[in-house]
Design a protein around this ligand. Sequence first.
Ligand SMILES: Cc1cc2nc3c(=O)[nH]c(=O)nc-3n(C[C@H](O)[C@H](O)[C@H](O)COP(=O)(O)OP(=O)(O)OC[C@H]3O[C@@H](n4cnc5c(N)ncnc54)[C@H](O)[C@@H]3O)c2cc1C
Length: 407
Amino acid sequence: MTIEVSVAELIAASAPDAVVADVAIVGGGLAGSLAAAVLARSGHQVVLIDRRAVYPEEFRVEKIAGQQLDILRRLGFVRELEAVACPYDRIINIRGGEVVDVSVGQAYGFRYADLVAMARRLLPDSSSFIVDRVTGVSCSDDVQELVLASGRRVRSRLVVLATGMAGVLGHDLGIKRRVLAERHSVSFGFTIAPSDDAPFAFQALTCYGDRASDGVDYLSLFPTSGGMRANLFMFRDPADPIMRELRRDTKATLLRLMPGLQPHLGDFRVVDQVQNWVMDLFAVEGHLQPGVVLIGDAFQTNCPAAGTGVSRLLVDVERLCTEYVPRWLETDGMGTEKIAQFYSDHAKIAADQRSLTLARYRQALTSNSDIRWNVQRRLHFLRRNLTHRVDRIRPGWIARLRGALRA
Ligand SMILES: Cc1cc2nc3c(=O)[nH]c(=O)nc-3n(C[C@H](O)[C@H](O)[C@H](O)COP(=O)(O)OP(=O)(O)OC[C@H]3O[C@@H](n4cnc5c(N)ncnc54)[C@H](O)[C@@H]3O)c2cc1C
C-alpha cells in the first residue's frame, strides 16, 4: 500500500511547532502584500510576515497610471484600488509659467499606507498575516526556514523576500547590494490647500524645473483622500542648504525655484509635515539561490522621479505569482533551476532595465548642463509643446501619424 504524503505535510512533520506554508513572504509592503493576495487567491497556502501591523505614514509612491493600471487590472485589483484612491484623468504640464502640454489618461492618487492596507486586506484569511520581525533565514533545495523575533519558526517550500530598500535579511544568505548611484535623487512629499479653501483650478498639475543648476526635475500635484498632494523630485546634492529651506519654508522656496507656479496655483499653504527622502540606487548580487526569490525594492531600488517603482514591483508580482510559483509548486524541490526562470523572465529584465535607464535619463535631462543636454532639454519640451498645439488644432492627427509610421 502506498500512502501519498504532500511536501507540506513532510515539512510540518519535521518541525511540529513551526508555522507551515507553501510560500512564506517576508515584508508586507505593496510588493509582498499583493504577491500574498495573488497566491492565496489561487489556492496556495501563504504566510505573510511584516514587523508592523500597520504600514506607517511614510512617503513612497502616491500615484498610479498607464501600464501600472493595466497590470493591476489583469490581476483583478482595480476595484479595490478605487476604494482607497482619488481618480483624475487630466494633468496640465507647465514650465516657466507656460503650458507645455496636457496629459490625458486615467490615474489615481492615494496615500501609500492606505494602498498597502488595501493590499493586506486582500488576503482571504487574516490568520495568514503574522506581525513579527524575521531575524533569520536559511534556504535549501527543499525546505526553507525563517526565524522570527518572537522565537516562532516558519517553514515553507519557497521564501519570497519583499523587504523593501531597508531590508537586510538577504545578508544571511550572502546576497549583497551593489550601489549603482549613491544619493541619486532627493524627493519631498507634502500636502497643500488653497488659502481661501476654494478648489484649485486644475485636477492635477506638473511643473518642470527651468534651470539645470536648480536640479529640479518636476513638482507633481494630484488629488488624494488627504487633499492635494505635492511630490517634488530633484537631482541635487542632499547637503545643499536648499534642502533645509525646502523643509523649513517650503512655499517660499518652491516659488523661488519655480516662479511660474504662482499664477496656476494662486495663494496656497502647506498643511502637513514635509517628508524628505534621499534615494540610493542599488541592485542585488548573489541572489540566485535555492528556495528564495527577491522582489520589489528588495531586488532593486528606483528613482522616484522616473515613476518606475510600482511598474517593476507589479511586473515582479504578476510574473512570479501567476506564471512561475504555481508551476514550481507542482513538482518537488525548489532548486536554482526553478528560481533562475524568474530572474531570466524577459518582462522582468525589461522592467528592471527600463527603470535604471529612465533614472539616468531623468537625472541628465534635469541637471546635466553640458551643451548636448542643454539642446536635448530644449528639444524635449519643444517637441511636446508642438505635439500639443497640433493636437489642439487637429485632434488625433499626431496619434494617427505615429501609427502610420509604426505600420
Ligand atoms: C519618496 C519616494 C517616492 C516614490 N515615488 C514613486 C513614484 O512616484 N512612482 C513609483 O512608481 N515609485 C515610487 N517610489 C518607489 C515605490 O514606492 C517603491 O518601489 C515601493 O513602495 C516598494 O515596495 P516594496 O513592497 O518593495 O517595499 P516596502 O513598501 O518598503 O515594503 C517593505 C516591507 O518589508 C517589511 N520588512 C522589512 N524587513 C523586515 C523583516 N526583517 N521582518 C519583517 N518585515 C520586514 C517592512 O516593514 C515593510 O513593510 C517612491 C519611493 C520613495 C522612497
